[in-house]
Design a protein around this ligand. Structure first.
Ligand SMILES: *[C@@H]1O[C@H](CO)[C@@H](O)[C@H](O)[C@H]1NC(C)=O
Ligand SMILES: *[C@@H]1O[C@H](CO)[C@@H](O)[C@H](O)[C@H]1NC(C)=O
Ligand SMILES: *[C@@H]1O[C@H](CO)[C@@H](O)[C@H](O)[C@H]1NC(C)=O
Ligand SMILES: *[C@@H]1O[C@H](CO)[C@@H](O)[C@H](O)[C@H]1NC(C)=O
Ligand SMILES: *[C@@H]1O[C@H](CO)[C@@H](O)[C@H](O)[C@H]1NC(C)=O
Ligand SMILES: *[C@@H]1O[C@H](CO)[C@@H](O)[C@H](O)[C@H]1NC(C)=O
Length: 767
């Protein structure tokens, strides 16, 4: 009570004429403001002003504390719009609407029915009244980043910080009063789940109408639905004149106070966190936060660089070339780099109990799926990149190991003798015969040169130095598969059986090829050479083959977790969003390798969920690559036997246009959309408008209703939008408009911006 009186006295001293205040408080229809003259309306106590304030080469419309030397903005209208020029004007029109006019354009500030009068109240609330004197709109209902005394943050609402002190647009963090009663801080555009939270009041379960309140004495507290105080966040009673609560651009919310009488500035009474590195996402992916003199600074993982040097949020990428994980003698091409005292989000795919950090380091080094490992108290958590939410503090005993390219890595294959091998960069259906001619030419040429040795059917094919494929006889494979007993898959190219080699030690998948074009041993072996030379974490390894009379079989490593099709299309098996993101990235990496990184470019021609297999760690690997040429025979004769599966096939196949790597990009786009939505690309059991996935996705995208695509699943909205946009770019009819796989990967990772995809012109042309 005493402090209220004091406040009143101080304010009275501060203000001049009581009569003028009242008049100033009633704004009638027909009034207007401009940035340069008559730029704001004052509250009766002359403390708060509603009007234009200057920022970033222009003006914003908002509410600010005017009665102190340091003007402080507490609310901004249309914060994400660009600032307006000095020629703009705000009109409280004769129809009672509040309109911001800029060069012929009008923007409604308060989406309310028409108002009779408006008032800037002493509390800092700007209100519109109807003719009965009832409030029809108030700025207190639409907080931006600040809460003032008397203002209430109700359940379901949030405060979002500004981009910076000089830019009021939506920033990186939010403070949400959740419907479950908990007051929580998250990065923006993340789901409301604990993974992302970095502050919580711990009041969940206290009812669905808990509100955050601030009173005139700096008391910040939570009330439940029947008005009982359930938690005091600050004690209050500080005896200052002015308070405000703000979620600052750095992600921490603070209670500020100000003494009107002195020429002071705002001082901090309370902060949600003492650690400025606490807000998750302050540093982007693969970066971690360190405090230097109480200032947060972002650093990259060792051997990583910022994508945009001046922008921490952009995250970091490797500054070394990703290489095959193991070399021919089994030794690894990577080393481990150590980062002490850092904490990271635990997104491990496997946790091992290991006694020492050296064991953990070694375990990661030996596992091709492992890109980093966190060691703490005997537990070794293997992770894949990217790492998130990193921060360093000396009180943290975790150790992070990151796999980095060893400097000794030199690109293998510089001594390639087989460089002139079938190097088919773009396959055209029309010019197929020509290519075959060229291939034969090369083969004949080579035969003459090297007196090409007839390879015995029991010997190994020395495909390149170090990459030996084992050759099996048909009888051997019959034994390996126990008489082709267990069929584990069937596709256009053949049937797959389960088997075991090395005395039953190693489970393999044996594929019996049907309708093989490459009748000749040499053609067949040449294709195998190409396939055998591929090494990538996201490709299924070919281990051996059989070339016995008319029989053509391939022996692959066995993938214990089935295909992506099983996962996506089987109710109950569907992977969570984060895992689906990982799968999409891994498949893209595999295709990128085939297109750009392996010695001979390979166009897969049959990317589909059935050809994407999951290993024991559920890491996605592409299978059946390199078979396109072996099975191409059909394509020259008839279009019914097109290699590629209905729905995943790029339109150019049907139009007899040249088929390039962009055909794979198209198929990838369809797989990506299926992965996002966990459904098949054509499903007539759904309502008609949803049946064709591409159409449905584009419809939802255009309508801004992407949430419909994932049902009630909580997903990162920004990621979802990114994935959908990439998918839509990939499935464009015109191949040259589709992005390359390199670009796809950069876009998926969020490294480059994704323009709004154009409408896919003719959806059904491909079917
Ligand atoms: C505001 O002024 C108008 C006329 O100027 C008057 O009719 C109205 O009653 C006033 N409202 C208040 C709340 O004083
Ligand atoms: C407040 O509401 C809860 C239900 O939400 C009820 O159980 C409790 O008795 C109420 N308390 C008071 C003081 O009315
Ligand atoms: C929600 O809680 C506030 C404060 O406790 C109360 O004033 C308001 O009436 C409640 N609203 C509903 C819909 O229960
Ligand atoms: C919060 O503080 C007030 C005094 O300001 C006290 O009366 C009340 O019991 C406190 N509530 C809780 C939940 O601690
Ligand atoms: C505050 O500063 C202004 C000028 O900057 C000066 O005129 C005024 O006397 C100062 N008031 C106090 C209380 O220091
Ligand atoms: C920084 O990078 C992030 C993520 O790439 C981007 O959203 C943001 O706009 C960038 N900020 C600036 C100031 O460029």
């Amino acid at each position: 009570m005493a402090s209220t009186t004091l406040l009143f006295l101080l304010l009275s001293a501060f203000c001049v004429a009581a009569a003028a205040q009242q008049r100033g408080s009633n704004i009638s229809r027909g009034s207007s403001l401009t940035p340069t003259s008559n730029s704001f309306w004052l509250s009766p106590n002359r403390l708060y002003a509603f009007g234009f304030y200057k920022q970033r080469d222009g003006y914003y419309l908002g509410i600010f504390v005017d009665g102190i030397p340091q003007k402080t903005v507490v609310w901004t209208a249309n914060r994400d719009d660009s600032p307006v020029p000095s020629t703009a004007a705000l009109h409280f029109t004769s129809e009672g609407r509040l309109r911001l006019q800029t060069q012929g354009q009008q923007k409604e500030i308060a989406n309310s029915a028409s108002a009779s009068s408006a008032s800037m109240l002493n509390s800092g609330n700007f209100v519109l009244y109807n003719s009965d004197g009832d409030i029809v709109w108030q700025s207190f209902d639409l907080p931006t980043d600040t809460l003032l005394p008397g203002q209430r943050l109700s359940a379901g609402k949030e405060l979002i910080c500004s981009m910076s002190e000089t830019n009021p647009s939506t920033g990186l963090f939010r403070l949400k009063m959740q419907n479950d009663g908990n007051l929580v801080q998250y990065p923006v555009e993340t789901p409301d789940t604990a993974t992302y939270a970095y502050y919580a009041s711990g009041t969940d379960g206290k009812g669905d109408n808990v509100t955050l309140n601030l009173d005139d004495e700096g008391h910040l507290y939570l009330l439940n639905t029947n008005g009982s105080n359930i938690k005091n966040i600050t004690d209050g009673g500080y005896n200052k004149n002015l308070y405000r609560l703000r979620i600052d651009p750095d992600g921490i919310f603070r209670l500020y106070s100000h003494d009107l009488g002195q020429n002071g500035s705002w001082s901090i009474l309370w902060s949600s966190s003492a650690n400025k590195c606490a807000p998750k996402g302050l540093c982007g992916l693969n970066a971690f936060c360190v405090l230097l003199d109480d200032r947060p600074v972002c650093n990259c993982l060792p051997e990583f660089n910022f994508v945009v040097a001046s922008n921490w949020s952009s995250g970091c990428i490797r500054n070394f070339e990703e290489d095959i994980c193991k070399s021919k003698d089994g030794s690894t091409k990577y080393t481990m780099s150590t980062l002490d005292n850092t904490w990271w989000e635990d997104a491990s795919y496997s946790t091992l109990s290991l006694p020492t950090q050296e064991d953990c380091e070694q375990a990661c080094l030996e596992d091709c799926n492992c890109e980093a490992a966190l060691f703490e108290d005997g537990s070794c958590k293997k992770q894949r990149l990217p790492l998130r939410f990193g921060r360093r503090s000396l009180s943290n005993s975790n150790i992070l190991f990151v796999k980095v390219g060893s400097t000794e890595v030199s690109r293998q294959g510089s001594k390639k003798e087989l460089r002139t091998d079938i190097l088919v960069i773009s396959i055209s259906l029309a010019s197929f015969a020509l290519i075959i001619l060229a291939i034969s030419g090369v083969l004949i040429h080579r035969k003459n040169l090297w007196a090409y040795k007839k390879i015995s059917e029991t010997g190994n094919v020395g495909l390149t130095e170090g990459v030996a494929l084992r050759s099996f006889t048909y009888m051997e494979l019959e034994k390996v598969t126990n008489g082709f007993k267990e069929e584990i898959g069937k596709g256009a190219s053949g049937t797959v059986y389960k088997g075991a080699i090395s005395n039953g030690q190693r489970i393999v998948a044996v594929k019996k090829l049907e309708k093989v074009f490459a009748e000749g041993q040499r053609e067949f072996q040449n294709e195998l050479k190409v396939i055998g030379r591929t090494h990538h974490r996201n490709l299924v390894r070919l281990l051996g083959y059989c070339l016995d009379g008319p029989n053509r079989l391939l022996v692959y490593e066995y993938m214990s977790n089935g295909s992506l099709a099983d996962l996506l299309f089987t109710a109950g098996k569907q992977p969570c969003w984060i895992e689906r993101m990982g799968i999409a990235l891994n498949v893209a990496r595999g295709i990128l390798y085939l297109h750009e990184e392996c010695e001979t470019q390979i166009i897969h021609c049959d990317i589909k969920p059935q050809n994407i297999l999951m290993d024991e760690y559920r890491c996605a690997k592409i299978s059946d690559f390199g078979l396109a040429k072996l099975l191409m025979h059909d394509q020259t004769n008839t279009f019914t036997g097109i290699r590629g599966t209905r729905g995943y096939v790029a339109p150019e196949w049907h139009r007899k246009l040249p088929v390039t790597v962009k055909a794979d990009v198209y198929s990838y786009g369809i797989v990506l959309l299926e992965t996002i939505c966990c459904r098949k690309n054509v499903d007539w059991s759904l309502p008609e408008e949803e049946a064709i996935l591409e159409e449905w996705v584009y419809h939802c995208f255009e309508a801004g209703e992407l949430g419909k695509l994932v049902g009630d699943e909580e997903v990162d909205k920004r990621q979802l939008e990114r994935m959908v946009k990439v998918g839509l770019w990939c499935i464009l009819d015109e191949p040259s408009l589709r992005p390359s796989m390199k670009k796809v990967l950069l876009m998926l990772e969020g490294t480059v911006d994704i323009p709004v995809p154009p409408s896919p012109v003719s959806f059904l042309s491909a079917i």
